[in-house]
Design a protein around this ligand. Sequence first.
Ligand code: PGA
Length: 261
Amino acid sequence: MKKKLVVANWKMNLDLAHALNLVEQLDQRISSSPKVEVVLCPSYIALAPLSQQLKKPKFKLGAQDLFYVDEGLYTGEVSGPMLRDLVEYVIIGHSERRRNFHEDNRVIARKMSAALRNDLVPVLCIGETSDERAAGETLRVLHDQLTAALIMLTPHDIGRIVVTYEPPDAISSGDGHGDTAEPEQIQQALRFITKTITQLYGKPTAGAVRLIYGGSVNAETLKNYLKIEGLEGFLVGGASLNYEEFSRIVKTLQGTAKKSS
Ligand code: PGA
């Protein structure tokens, strides 16, 4: 059985002192489990100091983004070779980057390729907007975002990735409480993602991809999602900044992983 995965997306929050404190608090509350991977994604500037402080394998580090070229004249960007000694994971294609920084599917495809050639596991985010859903466009949008992101990858590469279904309207305004997606909506999206990867790259590849959900996940909403077939974890934004809340999320998952083993 694959490990469950919880990815904490701290977004543009916490200076270094607060980031270090959050990790210390989490460390006191969470114990290591071989069945649940916990990945913390702080800002770039906190990565190096946190990589010294973090207890592995209890916690792993991820970046919130990377640039698609490995080095050169790109003022302000951070590349895969700069990240690869610090992190194991990188979030790619988050809807906030698609919307605020105009990242399109071509840019995301190049970032997926950059992550994998630098031995980082990409956590790809896809999801339809509420308008697209209302217009009956969900499956088309998911298909377009997914296939475009995978276009530069080999089946072997694809087997290493994580796909997050995260409809933008389910994302909280920063406190982890918002309009969550319905379990049926998530189930339908995950089935479609698996079917699409199976059709294009075969069953073994589709079976290796880990599927998670993001959008207003907190210790309460999590309970609605535990029975979703094929769901292997969560991308947690607002609730990951609260150590009590995030520890409860991790412990709940550790409990369910234990029961199902
Ligand atoms: P949220 O954010 O948990 O605060 O909704 C999730 C995300 O944007 O990754």
